[in-house]
Design a protein around this ligand. Structure first.
Ligand code: 5GP
Ligand code: ZN
Length: 117
């Protein structure tokens, strides 16, 4: 069920402490940790602790937590001293989503081209 932990979900396991991650921030509803395969000097993932498969499901099911995730992306950028940064939610396999527990990528610390590839 949306919002409930999923046994086969990598990011639910990170939330539960069953898989290690380099956690940079944690709130009652969110966790932020470094991406294992960073695409920029700062590459942090901000996730809700509750399981929602993508950003749209999170916004529909728990809009207050969606707002918490967005607030945390800004907090990460501030902690990492980023003047400019990019927040990305990949939604769907065609857009590159590979982990089906919604996550905001926070990327910064280098020039970021637009449009992305
Ligand atoms: P997506 O492709 O779904 O938008 O992003 C998934 C991200 O999760 C990728 O950038 C990938 O490098 C990262 N990732 C996958 N497995 C792990 C892991 O076990 N630990 C961490 N910290 N990041 C992971
Ligand atoms: Zn999950």
């Amino acid at each position: 069920m949306a919002g409930e932990p999923q046994d086969d979900c990598l990011f639910c396991k990170i939330v539960a402490g069953q898989i290690p991650a380099t956690i940079v921030r944690e709130t009652e509803t969110t966790v932020a940790f470094r991406d294992i395969n960073p695409q920029a000097p700062t590459h942090v993932l901000v996730i809700p602790k509750a399981h929602y498969r993508d950003a749209a499901a999170l916004a529909a099911g728990a809009p207050e937590v969606a707002a918490d995730v967005l607030r945390e992306t800004q907090a990460v950028a501030e902690e990492e001293k980023l003047d400019s940064y990019r927040t990305v939610f990949n939604t769907g396999a065609g857009a590159g989503q590979t982990v089906w527990h919604t996550h905001a990528h926070v990327l910064g610390g280098r020039g970021l081209e637009w449009p992305p590839g």
